[in-house]
Design a protein around this ligand. Structure first.
Ligand code: C5P
Length: 237
């Protein structure tokens, strides 16, 4: 079960990151590099993780015109990362061009990373969603489902979505469509995450991977926190 855990390294101190990865050892095989560590340490942090045989999810949530995103995805692929994220709200052409850009390298011995679409951020609740989009006809969950369908039809490998939306995405997009879930908390109502579930609930609902940041990296004892989360994932509650 531990291979389904992705730890989000949202830290701005390289030594802290290296110590954390060393201390977590074999407990964690997959790390997420988002904009915080990437803006501070760039490629160095990815090289460090790869040298330590870790898988890497590059979570920079690309969102731009199709050509810019496609060429950016080519660059990310050459870094050797395993997952890349892009905002589904960038639209069908942007998503499709990104897929084509990564497929171009299929025969060049560079493994193709999985492309994951971000639907609606897990920090946004229904009221915030209404506030942002005014009198949009779709509810938040209908919008998530719409964006997941868009991602699938453009050829993406999966989505990043809140645990609350896993079941409906699974029903709509099928068992081979990857669902990666942040917004994981052992107790509800912590931090800025609005649509949360426990690790066990998210796995039972059908998440392929859960992403956990602060509950591990900011814990007084990150190793025990990771162990507790893996135990919870195994229990499925
Ligand atoms: O610390 P926490 O567990 O909330 O970290 C969750 C991570 O997942 C953060 O790096 C955040 O940027 C990312 N994320 C998210 N919601 C999304 C997509 C990514 O929280 N929809």
């Amino acid at each position: 079960m531990k291979e389904h855990l992705i730890v989000s390294l949202d830290l701005n101190n390289l030594e802290d990151i290296k110590d954390l990865v060393k201390n977590l050892g074999d407990l964690v095989a997959f790390y997420k590099i988002g904009s915080i560590p990437f803006i501070y340490f760039g490629r160095e942090i990815i090289t460090f993780l790869k040298e330590n045989n870790k898988r890497v999810m590059l979570d920079l949530k690309f969102h731009d015109i199709p050509n810019t995103v496609a060429r950016t995805c080519e660059g990310a692929l050459k870094l050797g990362v395993d997952f890349i994220t892009l905002h589904t709200s960038g639209g069908f052409s942007m998503l499709e061009e990104a897929v084509k850009a990564t497929l171009l390298y299929e025969d060049k011995k560079i493994p193709r990373p999985k492309l994951l679409g971000v639907t609606v951020l897990t920090s946004i609740d229904e009221a915030h969603f209404r506030d942002l989009f005014g009198d949009i006809k779709r509810s938040l969950s209908e919008q998530v489902l719409f964006l997941a369908g868009l991602a699938r039809s453009a050829g993406l490998d999966g989505v990043v979505a809140s645990p609350k939306e896993i079941k409906m995405i699974r029903e709509e997009c099928g068992k081979d469509f990857l669902i990666v879930t942040p917004g994981i908390r052992l107790k509800p109502g912590q931090d800025d995450q609005a649509r949360t579930m426990t690790p066990g609930q998210a796995i039972s609902a059908g998440a392929d991977y859960i992403v956990v940041g602060r509950p591990i990296v900011k814990a007084p004892d990150p190793v025990s926190a990771a162990e507790e989360i893996i135990k919870e994932m195994e229990s499925g509650n």
